[in-house]
Design a protein around this ligand. Structure first.
Ligand code: SF4
Length: 228
């Protein structure tokens, strides 16, 4: 007979089946979101292992995914595009008004766009343009589902040439690390305007990164930065 614990077990099992997907073999392709990270090491770890996940995080992840299903601009959603080995999924695009919208679900209302999200939005604009879709305006919409607040920011991207060069450089760094079995060095931490540590504090592969050399799988070896 099903008891209270059984109901909880079934809840988590149902959630895990929806939220945890097997790792996809990427070959010589790179996900756009991984290019936007400051830390190439995270990109390698995220595509080598399933992420560590806590019950609270998985519930938030499910809420976030459901909120992403809301069609804010009322036009195209979840468009998967590829150019030159970079694959990305665009949350929303309005082809008539040439608007790109990146949606983020959060547990606090940010005062500014994080550098990673800013860069991700720039890269998405680049990807749309490379697929023949003009972009005149880019926005990031933060949906704070803990404090019931919503805030939008307009992104003013750098010029396309600069963005394209940066993507190329980051992509080859990740592909080289994959090809040669190199685990890239940890990226130096930085502080946002609220004095919060980014990069490592939000990294889902933190546990793998800091476990030490014994935790490194055979195909990955540590090298000092200058050796890469
Ligand atoms: S914990 Fe920090 S250094 Fe390690 S992979 Fe994550 S972001 Fe990079």
């Amino acid at each position: 007979m099903l008891g209270e614990m059984g109901i909880v077990e079934r809840f988590y099992s149902a959630l895990m089946r929806e939220e945890v997907k097997p790792l996809e073999p990427l070959g010589d392709k790179v996900w756009l979101t991984h290019l936007a990270f400051d830390c190439a090491r995270r990109s390698i770890l995220e595509t080598t292992y399933l992420k560590g996940i806590r019950p609270r995080s998985i519930i938030r992840s499910w809420i976030g995914r459901k909120l992403h299903e809301l069609n804010v601009l009322g036009k195209e959603m979840e468009i998967t595009l590829e150019h030159d080995g970079v694959v990305g999924r665009i949350d929303e695009y309005d082809p008539e008004n040439k608007i790109l919208l990146e949606k983020k679900t959060t547990t606090f209302t940010p005062r500014e766009i994080t550098p990673i999200t800013f860069r991700q939005t720039e890269y998405e604009k680049w990807l749309l343009e490379k697929n023949g879709r003009e972009v005149r305006k880019c926005f990031v919409l933060y949906i704070d589902f803990v404090n019931d607040a919503v805030r939008a920011f307009e992104v003013n991207p750098r010029d396309s040439q600069t963005i394209g060069n940066e993507i190329k450089e980051r992509k080859s760094r990740i592909l080289d690390a994959r090809k040669w079995g190199i685990l890239p060095p940890r990226t130096p931490f930085y502080l946002d305007s609220r004095g919060q540590l980014l990069s490592c504090s939000i990294c889902p592969t933190f546990h793998l990164c800091y476990l030490g050399e014994e935790a490194v799988p055979p195909e990955l070896v540590y090298l000092e930065e200058e050796e890469i």
